[in-house]
Design a protein around this ligand. Structure first.
Ligand SMILES: Cc1cc2nc3c(=O)[nH]c(=O)nc-3n(C[C@H](O)[C@H](O)[C@H](O)COP(=O)(O)OP(=O)(O)OC[C@H]3O[C@@H](n4cnc5c(N)ncnc54)[C@H](O)[C@@H]3O)c2cc1C
Length: 469
């Protein structure tokens, strides 16, 4: 075969698809479920769990609809819907898709065993050696971190896998961590009636603009979540009826404990030592996703640490699959910035939505990050609740928006929205950043009235029209 892809998550599937379309005979190796973390224990089940409470609170905030809400959340029905979005943890549909796309599948744990060589160990111990004519792409994703807190491992806490696939709701849940998984799962379990306590070393949602993170924290508190920040967890113990978490700010007991303390690249047992790399080496790549120092090895998606998001990994996968096929055929490589074979957006325009209540939707670096880079920026803020379309959406709509303009280039380089159902606003912002649309031209992109998108006009008015600026 021409290409071996290790890992059949969303990223591995997309690399293989593009490579096959480019004329390469391609095989993916998968040790668990075809579809990866995203389909069964991450994006899909987590968003399915979040959607029902969100729809209910939206209905409750609109008089006329609110009166029709006569009961609470039907948790069993939410869990059933989640099960269907996780395909009942069966990958038969995705396996069929692989077949229809002409992609080969070898089940088992793949390890590099030399140059362009992968040895696959099946569940029964049988091994298969795959030799690639052109390239090997590592798309093994990432694994949840379990910090070295005394007693933590023995206490067998939940990670995001158990939190997204749970069949019952614990009466109370302690969460170690304060990032996206912690805040999304706190939102879910609080809505399901669990008493939730977040124990975070730093402020919540460290990667997003503080004004947006503060609104999420405020809202979580209003939903009954206890949030302790600046907390160091000292030890964990599984007791008869739950878990006891000892911190430097006192102890917390809960029926269950979720550890959401970040993720690490899944490179632990990949045979990196057989190709002269350290077992724990970080797979640094160039913008064509090729591992530094190799002309045949690619690392794509979560495993390269560039942006731990499905959409960004799939974007990288399209570039990687195409460039592997181009190089194999001796066709020209389009690797200039924003070319077909590079993942330039990873550096400038990574969109992300945090599906908490309120949602956070953002693209590009934060104002603090840009200032640290020494960029000459102007920050424009606006109250989303004062936008007519938003106020119609629900009574007492609260939200905020920020646009960041690079003053030297006259283009928007970042935006953040926080509020109910702002997720869909981020694509316009991403297009604006990637297209480097001059701010002056944006005046001609007129938002429909009355929609939440009218925030764009308000931000421009705050920024000032060219003639009056
Ligand atoms: C709770 C949670 C919610 C998330 N929500 C979102 C979201 O809403 N939107 C979003 O964009 N991102 C979200 N993410 C991130 C998203 O899940 C990842 O970015 C995405 O799954 C990465 O895709 P991947 O293909 O690189 O890795 P994965 O999906 O992890 O797939 C890797 C595959 O490789 C296999 N594998 C690993 N090692 C080997 C080996 N040695 N041999 C054979 N097979 C192997 C694994 O079994 C797995 O199937 C979320 C993450 C979590 C944890």
């Amino acid at each position: 075969m021409d290409l071996v892809v290790i890992g059949a998550g969303p990223v591995g599937e997309n690399i293989a698809d593009r490579a096959v379309r480019g004329g390469l005979e391609t095989v993916v190796v998968e040790r668990e479920l075809v579809g990866g973390e995203c389909s069964y224990w991450a994006c899909m089940p987590s968003k399915a769990l979040l959607r029902s409470p969100q729809a209910l609170s939206a209905a409750k905030a609109v008089p006329g609809a609110a009166e029709a809400v006569t009961g609470g959340l039907d948790v069993a029905a939410v869990l059933r819907r989640r099960d269907s979005f996780a395909s009942d943890w069966s990958d038969s549909g995705q396996v069929q898709w692989l077949e229809s796309a002409g992609i080969g599948l070898v089940r088992g744990h793949g390890r590099l065993s030399g140059e362009r060589e992968v040895t696959v160990t099946a569940e029964d111990g049988a091994t298969t050696v795959l030799r690639a004519r052109h390239a090997v792409a590592v798309a093994t994703g990432s694994v949840a971190n379990l910090p070295g807190i005394p007693g933590l491992r023995e206490a067998k806490p939940w990670t995001s896998r158990e939190a997204t696939s749970a069949k019952t709701v614990p009466e109370s849940l302690a969460v170690i961590g304060g990032g996206v998984v912690a805040t999304e799962m706190a939102t879910v379990y609080a809505a399901f009636g669990a008493r939730v306590t977040i124990l975070s070393r730093s402020r919540l949602l460290g990667g997003v603009e503080p004004f947006a993170a503060d609104r999420v924290a405020e809202s979580l508190r209003a939903q009954g979540v206890e949030i302790r920040t600046g907390v160091e967890t000292l030890r964990v113990e599984r007791t008869g009826d739950g878990v006891r978490v000892e911190t430097d700010q006192g102890a917390v007991t809960a029926a269950e404990l979720l550890v959401a303390a970040g993720r690490s690249p899944a490179t632990g047992d990949l045979g990196l030592e057989t190709i002269g790399l350290d077992r724990r080496a970080k797979l640094e790549t160039d913008d064509t996703l090729r591992v530094e120092g190799f002309d045949w090895l690619y690392a794509v998606g979560d495993v390269n640490g560039r942006a731990l998001l499905t959409h960004q990994g799939k974007y990288q996968a399209r570039a990687a699959g195409d460039v592997i096929a181009a190089r194999a055929a001796g066709r020209p490589v389009d690797d200039a910035p924003w070319g077909a074979h590079v993942a330039t957006a990873d550096h400038a325009a990574v969109p992300q939505v945090v599906f908490t209540e309120p949602e956070v939707a953002a693209v590009g670096p934060t104002a603090d990050e840009l200032r640290e880079q020494g960029r000459n920026i102007r920050v424009v803020d606006y109250d989303l609740g004062s936008v007519a379309g938003a106020s119609l959406y629900r009574d007492g709509y609260e939200g905020a928006a920020r646009m960041i303009v690079d003053e030297d280039r006259g283009v928007m380089v970042g935006a953040t929205f926080v509020g109910p159902e702002v997720a869909e606003l981020v694509q316009a912002a991403t297009t604006t950043v990637v297209g480097e649309v001059p701010v002056d031209r944006l005046w001609h992109a007129v938002p429909a009235y009355p929609s939440i998108s009218e925030i764009w006009l308000r931000l421009l008015e705050e920024y000032g029209r060219p003639a009056t600026a």
